[in-house]
Design a protein around this ligand. Structure first.
Ligand code: PLP
Ligand code: ZN
Length: 550
């Protein structure tokens, strides 16, 4: 493997040693690896089909001379999942989730830890220091244990205790710092300096950026498998890459991956980048919106999402700003509440339980789609950076479970069990009829209703069937499409309103159709709500439903 380390400030080239962290000529800490792109671009693609499904399949483009398979935990090659329900709700059908929760310790930091520890091991280093908001220390600890490396993990006292205990379980020394994450990094640096220990420098660590770029390689390879090759190139690029950031190491690395693929002729364009921050700690977003070239720092972050609490991004902002501007991307911030709400949406609509930091990326996605920045026809990849930590109880609120005590021997078993089960759920639920001709839209509405409420749901695939069903069942509510074969929604409504038994049943129209003023007046007074498909999220829809059901 031949590669050199190039200084981003003076252009000086030097060989790679993990312990030498500055440019020998100008002392800059900002350097990056360069490979023989000409050769690798030609030879690597044909080797890929026979390679293992992990990030070492791109080993010619990684700064480790002899990847040591015995350290591997199966890092990388996480699935790219199409978010069908989310896409339908947002009117943006090509949303893909890069599911980084499926890394060995459930966050995308596993890539960074796997590559860095491999490089350290190769260089004979057996002790290291890392400051972390949790996930970095967890990942490093797991790999350090396999490699025989001792880790000093500096974490802020706000890191959830379950995360701290996991770090300790792997055998790392946990050091809790009462202070901000930036202060925690200072203490860690001082400790490393005094003890002359190797310290992880986040985005300034060569291996971190190199590891993160494999996300880009995988996205292009997987998107090509899903949608076919690009217009003029063997691999396909999405239109957007969306990720929640703290220090911004992820997008810096991912962008380098796209840049390298472009240089090698595998793709011919780079996606627009959308880094998302938490409102209470969004130095990059506010600085970008003000047009600043250097970031204004946030000294006391006000977010409960500790994972995203870098208040001083330093030069990462300058590099990221160039990327965002150069790709016609956008920085955006979201509130903690937006992120928590996105956790519910993701879990209930896509079966994905993400930690608040990861969910912030999705909250950002919702915001950018609604602002028209991300277009309905765009292909979007959102990095789901990490799995839920046990924060669920605080986010679920009260009454999220129902308790059943198994009846004791003295009671008649049959009766006891029946009455216990009656506490779980009443016998009769409000009845809702969905009249909708597209299967996916029917499934989406059913899913929204069943995810957060107890309803008896009946479905019809066209207007005529729907009308019969409503007249027979007399439901508490009807969710109705307008454009349907056999009998359209307008006719169904007229028929319902003409008969006494069905005249007062509330109707919510859910349609993709842009209504003319004439059509609107035909509906007015006869329906209770109009919901535009592709323009509502599940909880908004449910709110409407619940307001009509007594
Ligand atoms: C570290 C982390 C982030 C922020 O990533 P950066 O690219 O380093 O800013 C986001 N989400 C999760 C789950 C993380 O662990
Ligand atoms: Zn230099």
């Amino acid at each position: 493997m031949s590669f050199i380390i190039k200084c981003l400030d003076c252009g000086h080239n030097a060989p790679y040693y993990p312990t030498s962290t500055t440019c020998p000529k100008c002392n800059s800490q900002w350097r990056e690896a360069e490979y023989d792109y000409e050769l690798i671009g030609k030879t690597l693609p044909e080797k890929l089909p026979s390679r293992t499904a992990d990030l070492w399949r791109y080993r010619e483009l990684l700064p480790v001379r002899n990847p040591n398979i015995s350290l591997s935990l199966g890092e990388g090659s996480t699935p790219l999942i199409r978010a069908v329900n989310l896409g339908m709700m947002l009117g943006c059908p090509n949303i893909y989730i890069k599911d980084e929760r499926q890394g060995p310790t459930s966050s995308f930091k596993d890539r960074q830890a796997a590559v860095t520890i491999a490089a350290l091991k190769e260089a004979g280093i057996t002790e290291m220091v890392a400051a972390s908001t949790g996930n970095v220390a967890i990942s490093y600890s797991a790999y350090a244990s396999r490699a025989g490396v001792k880790l000093w993990a500096f974490v802020t006292s706000l890191v959830p205790s379950v995360k701290m205990r996991e770090i300790a379980l792997y055998g790392s020394q946990v050091i809790k710092i009462t202070g901000s994450y930036d202060q925690c990094k200072q203490v860690a640096s001082e400790f490393a300096r005094q003890r002359k220990l190797y310290q992880d420098m986040g985005a300034r660590t060569i291996t971190s950026i190199e590891a993160m770029k494999t996300i880009a390689f995988e996205i292009a390879e997987q998107l090509t498998a899903a949608q076919g090759p690009g217009e003029n190139t063997p691999w396909r690029t999405p239109d957007w890459y969306v990720q929640a950031i703290s220090g911004g190491m992820g997008p810096l690395g991912v962008h380098k991956g796209f840049r390298e693929m472009k240089q090698m002729g595998w793709i011919d364009r780079i996606p627009a980048f959308a880094p998302i921050q938490a409102e209470g700690c969004a130095p990059m977003v506010t600085s970008w919106k003000k047009g600043l070239e250097k970031a204004e720092t946030v000294t006391s972050p006000k977010t409960r999402i500790e994972t995203l609490a870098t208040g001083d991004p330093g030069r990462s902002y300058e590099f990221l700003r160039e990327i965002v501007n150069g790709t016609n991307g956008a920085f955006e911030s979201v509130s903690d509440e937006d992120a928590f709400r996105a956790m519910h949406v993701l879990a209930k609509m896509e079966g994905i339980s993400a930690e608040p930091a990861a969910a912030a990326a999705f909250a950002g996605l919702f915001k950018l789609i609604r602002a028209g920045v991300i277009k309905p026809s765009d292909t979007v990849v959102v990095n789901c950076t990490g799995h839920t930590m046990p924060a669920e109880s605080s986010i679920l609120g009260e009454n999220w479970s129902r308790d059943v005590k198994f009846p004791s021997m003295e009671e008649t078993p049959q009766e006891g069990l029946l009455s216990a089960l009656n506490q779980v759920a009443p016998e009769r639920f409000p009845k809702i009829v969905i009249v909708e001709d597209t299967t996916e839209a029917r499934r989406l509405i059913r899913r929204i209703l069943q995810s957060q409420g107890n309803f008896t749901i009946l479905e019809a695939a066209n207007g005529r069937e729907g009308l019969e069903l409503i007249q027979r069942e007399l439901p508490d509510l009807v969710v109705l499409d307008l454009m349907m074969p056999e009998m359209d929604g307008f006719t169904v409504i007229e028929a319902l309103r003409a008969k006494q038994e069905t005249a007062t049943i509330p109707v919510i129209v859910a349609t993709a159709k842009e209504l003319t003023p004439d059509e609107k007046s035909r509906l007015s007074g006869h329906i209770q709500a109009l919901m535009q498909k592709g323009d509502f999220l599940n909880d908004e829809f449910l709110e409407e439903v619940n307001s009509f059901i007594k």
